[in-house]
Design a protein around this ligand. Structure first.
Ligand code: PMV
Length: 316
């Protein structure tokens, strides 16, 4: 359905995506995680003055915001809270959302869209936003998407450096030495972070001692990954990504589609590979030897059925 606007006023906001390098799931239980801003894909929100009720226009839904499907409840509530803070009347707006981030793939789609919307609404009202308010409003959306999110996605999306994140501690930033070439491959399967987080919770309930050891082991690996990044040690980083994957598999959050892509990446010479994000579908992240190798890996992964691939260089 097309919606006409009065085009009196237009404001835009944009946000990048994110990758979790290591520490997903363990971060929910108090361990640190390392996440990377991922600028190759992102979301944009364009707000225009319109007439009548608020209208959303996105690839997932186009129509009056009040009638949006429950899958968009997080976005809808972020819009409502932002309008309230800005004292913008709850009407006469068209919000267009454009995103190159595949949703439900552990790449931070919901947080990125929420941040783009908040930025565009602040711009529309010609008010400055602080990072704190951006995070606070994006976390409303995350709560709908994840239940009890660690908060790592909005923090990474609003950062220009890799972040070191541990719940209830101030965020720290990592300065990698040297360049690291990663390949991110989409398995094509939708990931459901909320269910994956619940699976880990169940495992912890059933076998607390055994499972907490795995969570702690991921925490130890995360400390070592930081060292590998700061000392430009690719071989060590690759080994650690493999080790993290073993623990994630044991926690029940990897699946056939991810394991297959990881196997392909490894057999094509990846230094290490693991799932990234919530798991049980979604994407893998593999470490290549260099730029040329990352191109080859990308081609192979596509050839063997990856839905999409991105070659990403983390620059030191
Ligand atoms: O949003 P995703 O799918 O990248 O997952 C976030 C990472 C988890 O550790 C699984 C959940 C969280 O809230 O930290």
């Amino acid at each position: 359905m097309q919606k006409t606007t009065t085009s009196e006023k237009v404001a835009t906001g944009a946000a990048q995506s994110k990758l979790i390098l290591v520490g997903e799931h363990a971060v929910v239980h108090g361990q640190p995680a390392i996440a990377l801003p991922f600028p190759l894909i992102g979301a944009e929100s364009i707000v225009e003055k319109s007439r009548g009720q608020i209208y959303l226009d996105s690839s997932l839904y186009s129509g009056p915001m009040e009638l949006a499907p429950s899958s968009l409840a997080g976005i809808v509530n972020t819009v409502k809270h932002t309008l309230k803070i800005l004292q913008i009347p709850y009407r006469d707006l068209l919000i267009r959302i454009r995103s190159s981030i595949p949703p439900g793939k552990g790449l931070g789609s919901s947080a990125s869209v929420a941040i783009a919307i908040v930025k565009s609404l602040f711009k529309y009202k010609e008010e400055q936003y602080t990072k704190e308010i951006l995070l606070q409003l994006a976390n409303i959306c995350e709560t709908y998407a994840h239940g009890a999110p660690s908060g790592i996605d909005p923090l990474t999306i609003t950062s220009d450096r890799p972040i070191w994140y541990q719940k209830e501690k101030p965020v720290d930033y990592i300065d990698p030495k040297g360049n690291f070439h990663f390949v991110i491959a989409d398995s094509g399967q939708m990931a459901d972070t909320k269910t994956a987080v619940d699976t880990v919770k169940q495992m912890l309930k059933q076998a607390p001692q055994k499972m907490y050891k795995k969570i702690e082991r991921i925490g130890d690996i995360t400390y070592q990954v930081r060292e590998a990044l700061e000392k430009s040690s690719k071989q060590l980083l690759g080994y650690l990504l493999d080790e993290a994957q073993k623990e994630l598999e044991a926690l029940g959050v990897s699946d056939k589609s991810l394991n297959r892509l990881i196997e392909i990446a490894k057999s094509e010479g990846a230094l290490g590979a693991k799932l990234t994000g919530g798991g049980n579908g979604g994407c893998i992240i593999a470490l290549a030897e260099n730029e040329h190798h990352s191109q080859l890996l990308s081609e192979k992964l596509l050839q063997y059925g990856a839905h999409n691939v991105w070659s990403y260089e983390l620059k030191g």
